[in-house]
Design a binder for this molecule. Structure first.
Ligand code: FAD
Length: 351
């Protein structure tokens, strides 16, 4: 794909953006044998909960909750035919979701879900969330909630943003079998606040899993399930989940933590490692600084950190720069996204 000048790349597809949309697009293109270059900062992926929402809240003002996303999408297409979801068929959406989760499963991070139903699970603030695909490390939590089974929620002293007693006190009126425990993981020797990523990486060693199981065991009581913050490793999460399940004799599940969360770090690391292996030329710490349409119809894109470092000449460009967090949309001082035509800018006086 490289031309004579080493700082010029030629490809069929340039993907601008390295969030979930850009990553999925680069994956699908590479799997179809399309020569692909991708640029973007993967840092935003660390804000992902790891849950893949499809359609769980009705579009429009009612915000009604949706159990069957396919039925919901059918209705959406009737009510709002210009909605972006109407540009793709149900079959395409289903196949894309399967291909994405199969890829993640092959990379050691399997996903679970119902064929035609959104799953419900606990959030770190004790509310319930509907989503379509759930990391396997979180799946037993979906089952525990469905059964309203006796369940122990565990938090870790020093790990901020996750309180078992807060989750339990919020949910207990509708789920009386919930209990909370707060454990001291003195075996995780770093001083000061605990970070989910440090704990997750330490659990990749079996001895740390034994220490964690030994610390949780005295709190089990009648619990049939154990819920933990999302800390079950970065790589090979399923082995850690299975080991802890065996050590404690109960299904274990993770509850997503507040962003930035390791559930996002896992996705980031999988894409960082596997997309280049599939042949995608990645510029993950770079952005596209400018784009020009050439006389031959191709696009010339300058890629770099602050100064152009590489020119990519692409037949096609896929823009996946997200919204405000990823800086795909930028708010001007007047608070109006810059993508709006100037005729629609306003001073906020309701003009
Ligand atoms: C608080 C919060 C919680 C959420 N929870 C969930 C959830 O649980 N489940 C779910 O499915 N969705 C959730 N979402 C929505 C989800 O985050 C977004 O749908 C998803 O991240 C969008 O991905 P994206 O790739 O479109 O954009 P982003 O993830 O924002 O990625 C944009 C990418 O574009 C890149 N970029 C921008 N400008 C350039 C440029 N000039 N050149 C190159 N690259 C550029 C950025 O560096 C970045 O890589 C949540 C969103 C928020 C805000």
């Amino acid at each position: 794909m490289k031309t004579a000048k080493t700082d010029v790349l030629s490809c069929r597809l340039m993907v601008i953006g390295a969030g979930m949309a850009g990553m999925a697009a680069a994956l699908f293109a590479a799997r179809h044998g399309v020569s692909t270059v991708q640029a973007g900062l993967t840092g935003e992926t660390q804000y992902a909960s790891g849950l893949f929402d499809l359609y769980g809240v009705k579009h429009g003002s009612t915000r009604a909750l949706i159990d069957d996303p396919w039925q919901g999408l059918k209705q959406l297409k009737q009510d709002h035919p210009k909605h972006p979801f109407c540009r793709v068929s149900t079959r395409q959406i289903r196949s894309a979701m399967d291909r994405l989760t199969d890829f993640l499963g092959d990379a050691g991070h399997p996903y679970m879900g119902y064929p035609n139903k959104n799953a419900r699970l606990i959030t770190p603030v004790g509310t319930l969330k509907r989503t379509f695909r759930v990391p396997k490390t979180m799946w037993a939590g979906v089952q525990a909630l469905e059964e309203k089974a006796p369940c122990l929620i565990v938090d870790i002293q020093g790990l901020r943003g996750f309180s078992a007693s807060q989750i339990v006190s919020t949910l207990k009126p509708s789920w009386p079998g919930l209990t909370a425990a707060s454990i001291d993981i003195s075996w995780e020797s770093r001083l000061g606040p605990k970070y989910a990523e440090h704990i997750a990486r330490s659990l990749e060693v079996e001895a740390a899993r034994r220490d964690l199981a030994d610390t949780i065991r005295p709190h089990l009581g009648h619990a049939e399930y154990v819920g933990l913050p999302a800390i079950l490793g970065i790589h090979d999460t399923d082995t850690i989940r299975r080991d802890l399940k065996q050590m404690l004799g109960r299904p274990i599940f993770e509850i997503p933590t507040m962003p930035p969360a390791i559930s996002g770090v896992r996705l980031k690391e999988i894409f960082d490692i596997h997309l280049p292996r599939l042949g995608v030329s990645t510029f993950f710490h770079h952005t596209v600084l400018s784009v020009q349409r050439q006389a031959d119809g191709r696009f010339a894109l300058e890629v770099g950190r602050t100064e152009p470092e590489t020119t990519v000449v692409a037949d096609n460009v896929l823009l996946a720069t997200g919204r405000f967090l990823g800086k795909g949309l930028v708010a001007e001082r007047k608070g109006i996204p810059s993508i709006l035509p100037e005729s629609r800018w306003t001073t906020g006086s309701g003009r």
